[in-house]
Design a binder for this molecule. Sequence first.
Ligand SMILES: Cc1ncc(COP(=O)(O)O)c(C=O)c1O
Length: 392
Amino acid sequence: MKVDLGPQLDRLMAAQERCDRLRDATLRSKPRDLCDLAYANAYGGPPPFVIDAIKESLAGDRQLDFQYTPYGGATLSRRRISESLSRQQGLRFPWRNIVLTPGAMAALNIVFRAVAALDSRAEVIVLTPGWLDYPLYLVNLGLRPVLVPLHPVTMRLDLNAIADAITPQTRAIVISQPANPTGLIYSAAELRDLAALLTERGDDRIVLVSDECHRDILFDDARFVPTAPHYPATVVVYSFGKALFIQGQRIGYVAVSPQFPQADAFVTSLERLCRVMGFCTPTALMQLAVRKLLDRPLDFSHIATRRQLILDALADAAIVTQPSQATFFLYPKTPQGDDFEFAERLAKHGLLVLPAPVFHHSGHFRLSLTAPDDQIERAAGILRQVASGSAV
Ligand SMILES: Cc1ncc(COP(=O)(O)O)c(C=O)c1O
């Protein structure tokens, strides 16, 4: 029985599904030569202290620790996260404002569903290039995604384009900070200007969703800039999956700004939506484990080394790219022709990348630096060869 998800979802998923077919074909034709720089699968697994924290949590002797936890999550975990987040953001988040979810995907869904409850015909601004699934969730919930391009040259917030997209139906805007796929961090000045625009045009009705999944992965002297201090109606979305390399363990949260209008009522709605939408809470085990994993020093020097290796290869190949400040990603310009054709040419040599249409954009491709070192080294060689035309 074929279930029809509707033409809009089909269209939005087409690019990614085409990449999945390319991936399957490449896996079959080049199983040994694969360089998988498409998705952010951490081949090296999590660092040992993460595994230790999960093991220690499992070894606990309190029987109730593995039973249902309340919607919103176990109070102690919410408290610990709120303390850590408050220090990081320079804003005091009450523990109840942290609603634990099975990863950022569920967090985004309950937030968007709450927006739909505010206005069932709401429009939500999504910046492009942007994380592939935001528009899917919005369409699925009956909301209207309004795709607004980032500045075409700088890939930073384009305030004029955002201003033009705001209508009386606009109820939310979602940004990723730092941005996936560009790897850029929006500056305090950009966020201040965005907040001023939303305040001026929104009459307090526009929710700013700040997806901060990649905020820990920083390069050189880049510093993360939190969004919430700039705009009261902010909700922060976070996943522990990225920085700790435990994407499959599904734990994250929504944090509602303490300055959010009627924050308590909004938090209660999010807790209720964890039930209504069936996302429930993350596993009890991971709720225990993250308490031990907050504020640990994290080492991304191996990712930084890989980033430099690829940046050097791109420079040699005369492929234009803006160096990332954060995230696992680089987002160079497609050097010649169509994005998919270029991705297919790379795939012939075993190199998998994601072309810009996956991010509702064009003219670029994304490389993920989570592949193991040997694959990164081979990928650097393939990029040099293919761009120079010495390989077709
Ligand atoms: C910007 C962004 N938001 C959300 C997600 C989803 O995160 P999770 O897998 O923790 O649900 C991802 C995953 O790639 C992402 O890159």
